[in-house]
Design a protein around this ligand. Structure first.
Ligand SMILES: [Ca+2]
Length: 577
């Protein structure tokens, strides 16, 4: 309902800017005549590689290796990509010993620079808690990208964001917190540009910052803090309000505990709160109510806003009269789910984070893992050490379980610690984790840079509604003309960065480059299902979908609607309206 109201509110300015964009694409000109048009990058060839390890003298930087990697297969996250010949440089910045825990810290990185370079720098921002240098392949957009950044010819940087393990304990170190929050990106960027200049004989013509999840957060923070350093920003399923999202995960655990089965020691097994069969049931009822709203019954719900108005958890899903057997949802479960989808509130009724949407993708395994597994295994430690000030101690945290930490976390007295500072921890978690002035991207806009954001509608941890709200506020703060430099694409059915019953394979990097360097503003991006024959098959696709179903992803708040004729499996039969 709220979304519908917002769309109406913005209908006029959005329609106007969309019309301008269509004109601009037709003319091949800029999407907004008032904004500068950045020139296109030009290719170059690698001039130096192995010698970089000894020849480079960059501030606060130790190059640990540099070697030429021949063209060949590169496997990352179960996907094998044929990578072009490239120079792989590894190193560390700002090596130091932490004053609190005495541990060794550094900003570890690698950069992969193709022999045949497109003239562009891609800063691959990584997910989760960081803490490992994920292979710098540039897989930053959608599930299992066919042509990641390195294959497209980018020089790609990846880092561990300032700590060497993907665990939350670095949060006791004040500087490691800041590096994770934003300073690693700021420290690495000039180093990477200098390194690229040494390798090719020229600095990158254009620079891009991209990632999903926490990587999407890095990208959104960069859009605010480092707008002078980047020409294009790509933020997927961004955790740009991560401290609120993580504490909400703990709150969810508290809600689910009310309807979960308890083990012999009295501890709730959260996975029993709503079973996979029960989520599938709810998903099927959402499909039944909402599928046709976009003009075609195809198992996909593109009109998210209309669906929120149409679907009613209480009346559209059968209420159990006896035992739970997968064919019904108990009244108590409905109460918990209604509360969780509405979002957390404290005892004063104040919203502590945004709620989320009902979407068929909530039946996805990834959605369930965020709701039931993550609070105890991931969010508890992250909140204890990184998102509250002062951080917990290893001894105190070790004295309890992750689940108990989650269940005992007070939304009244613990939640506000994300805004706290101490003499030792001088910036609050909220300050270092989130984009300052998040709805004022004037610096980015005014120099001709562009930003693309995408978000799966069935993300189990970061609310897509929160991201859409941000886009609404960005529009309002930029006189309804934010589409000239920032666009949001919702991905119906998609879970956190990938998965779910969705067309979740797409490339937004190339469209971002075309927008930045040629003024071709993207009105839609084609996405594909990963059925049989895909490079990484999505086992959750309904059997009724063709293996290579395609759909347009649309600029929010437009949605993909069936044209009334044409192959239902093809994106060409749909239009963004
Ligand atoms: Ca449909």
């Amino acid at each position: 309902m709220r979304l519908t109201r917002r769309i109406r509110m913005h209908a006029h300015p959005l329609a106007a800017s969309a019309a301008a964009a269509v004109l601009a694409v037709g003319c091949g000109g800029s999407s907004d005549a008032a904004l500068p048009q950045l020139t296109a990058a030009t290719p170059a060839t690698l001039q130096a590689c192995a010698t970089l390890a000894t020849s480079l003298a960059l501030p606060d930087t130790r190059i640990t290796s540099s070697e030429l990697v021949p063209e060949g297969p590169l496997t990352l996250q179960n996907v094998t990509t044929q990578a072009p010949a490239h120079c792989l440089v590894k190193g560390k910045m700002k090596e130091r010993t932490g004053p609190v825990d005495g541990a060794s810290y550094a900003i570890g990185f690698e950069i992969r620079m193709p022999v045949a370079w497109n003239g562009r720098f891609l800063h691959q921002a990584n997910g989760g808690l960081d803490g490992s240098v994920v292979t710098a392949l540039g897989s930053v957009s959608g599930a299992a990208p066919i042509a990641p950044g390195l294959v497209q010819g980018f020089a790609v940087l990846s880092s561990d964001a300032g700590h060497g393990a993907p665990t939350p304990f670095f949060g006791v170190d004040p500087q490691a917190r800041l590096d994770y929050g934003y300073q690693a990106v700021g420290t690495l960027t000039p180093m990477a540009k200098n390194l690229i200049k040494s390798a090719y004989g020229k600095a990158p013509d254009r620079s891009y910052l991209a990632g999903c999840s926490n990587g999407g957060r890095h990208a959104m923070v960069g859009a605010s803090r480092y707008a002078d350093q980047y020409d294009g920003i790509l933020a997927g399923n961004p955790g740009f309000h991560l401290p609120k999202a993580a504490t909400t995960q703990l709150w969810k655990a508290q809600q689910y505990a009310n309807v979960a089965t308890k083990d012999a020691s009295g501890q709730p097994d959260l996975t029993t709160a709503v079973t996979p069969a029960e989520f599938k049931l709810i998903s099927s009822k959402i499909v039944a109510k909402c599928d046709a709203l976009d003009g075609v019954v195809d198992g996909q719900v593109n009109d998210v806003a209309a669906c929120q108005a149409a679907f009613n958890l209480q009346t559209d899903v059968p209420t159990c009269t006896g035992a739970r057997d997968g064919s019904c949802i108990s009244s108590a479960q409905k109460g918990v789910l209604a509360s969780i989808f509405a979002g957390p509130k404290n005892s004063k009724g104040e919203a502590l984070y945004t709620g989320t949407w009902f979407d068929p993708g909530i039946a996805g395994a990834n959605f369930a893992s965020w709701h039931f597994g993550s609070p105890a295994t991931r969010d508890a430690g992250a909140v204890a050490f990184i998102f509250t000030s002062p951080p917990s101690t290893v001894a105190a945290f070790g004295a309890t379980t992750g689940l108990q930490y989650a269940l005992n976390f007070s939304m009244e007295t613990d939640y506000p610690k994300m805004f706290a500072t101490t003499a030792q921890y001088a910036e609050s978690p909220w300050a270092y984790m989130t984009p300052p002035n998040e709805t004022d991207l004037s610096a980015l806009k005014n120099r001709g840079a562009k930003m693309i954001v995408f978000h799966g509608v069935a993300d189990g941890v970061f609310s897509p509604m929160d991201t859409a709200n941000w886009m609404d506020r960005l529009q309002a703060n930029h006189s309804g003309k934010a589409d000239a430099f920032a666009r949001l694409f919702l991905v119906p059915g998609m879970n956190h960065c990938s998965g779910g019953q969705a067309t979740d394979q797409f490339d937004m990097l190339a469209p971002l480059v075309a927008w930045v360097e040629q003024g071709k503003a993207p009105d839609s991006v084609t996405a594909r299902a990963r059925g049989a024959g895909a490079n990484l098959v999505n086992a959750e696709l309904p059997a009724s979908w063709s293996a290579n179903r395609s759909r347009p992803l649309c600029v929010y708040p437009k949605v993909a609607r069936y044209n009334g004729t044409g192959d239902v499996e093809s994106a060409s039969s749909f239009s963004c309206k």
